[in-house]
Design a protein around this ligand. Sequence first.
Ligand SMILES: C[S@@+](CC[C@H](N)C(=O)[O-])C[C@H]1O[C@@H](n2cnc3c(N)ncnc32)[C@H](O)[C@@H]1O
Length: 386
Amino acid sequence: MSKEAELLTEFQSSIDNDSFVRLTLSKPVDSAGTLKKVIISLAFIKREAHLSFVYRHKTNDVTKNFKIKEAFNSLKPLIENDFQIANLFTVKADFQYERNGSKSRLRSTKPSFKTTPSRGHDKEKKHLIQDTEYLKQLGVLDKNGRVLKDKGDKFKQINKFVEVIESLIKNSELNTTDKPVKVVDMGSGKGYLTFALYDYLSTQLKLPTTITGVEVRQDLIDKCNRIAKAVNFENLDFQLGYIADFSLDKTNILIALHACDTATDDAIAKGMAAEAELIICAPCCHKQVRKSMLVNDELDSVLQHGILKERQAEIVTDAIRALIMEANGYKTKVFEFISTEHTGKNLMIVGEKKKQNPNPQQYLGEVEKLKSQFGISHHYLESLIS
Ligand SMILES: C[S@@+](CC[C@H](N)C(=O)[O-])C[C@H]1O[C@@H](n2cnc3c(N)ncnc32)[C@H](O)[C@@H]1O
């Protein structure tokens, strides 16, 4: 048996008997190339053993995870052709393989490691929202609790949204079982996020929660109310209506996720009037500001391109929203709440009610400045609160 084959056999048996620590390949044959080293470790990904290859280049690392069988196919040419030294570490022995021209040798020595490393590289995430009946009825999971093929992004979005809420709630005065938490979800649509939030607040945090979804489509209202009843979410209901017409008393959390265009402004205005402690919105389709952008010599070279005008309008619309919220007593944060890989509509504006509101005029001054810089005649949210 060749020395390379012997090394691979030792490697295979160290994985089979769980004594494998690490395999490193060094001294590349092409010493001028960018790839300098490969470090291989064992990791569990979705509960399945994988070999994680870190390709160490001169200026960066590239990691690739392979199932064990595939890993051997990738490893063989690296040992046989690309690298001259391989160090296999196991808890039973260390092995050093060296090749020099046509000669190769394999030596074994006492083990450097007494225990195997944690295989905790497993990046499988523990989701806050997992296998639930409502996600089955909403068509996100199948009857066995697996995420349906075309619903992976939605499932991630639901969990990401609940994670955002988790960090906001846990650090706020709303995190107490003494006081009821009233939430209104404006433009609740199919209710995915509404159900998940109710589940998280009432079942997991055990807060006395009521949530109302407001939606203009009767079919969605009927479906969501039917499912809420079926899963015994007693204080979750969905009401038909336009956001702008919805009458809102004191509310703790106002949510508007992907409510179209100025519906986001309607929701923010309602939330501020209801003195919500938290206003959370993910705006979408920013038509109003785009249409109201006037010819502007300074920005002509940007605004003549449709897509740049669209993006410019999005940025300015949301910047002004945040400033108006600040002026009305909200500390705001604007951030991407989920990777663009899962949805392009990933910007979130969060407003937390401030205890004091020292200088509202300063923010309104900023609004005026932005409007004049970008040739914006008006912002819809201003008209709702003036
Ligand atoms: C893109 S969906 C988002 C649904 C949900 N919030 C989500 O993020 O999964 C927007 C929903 O808002 C509803 N909607 C839009 N404008 C509205 C308005 N002015 N009043 C009430 N609902 C509205 C639409 O019918 C639609 O179901």
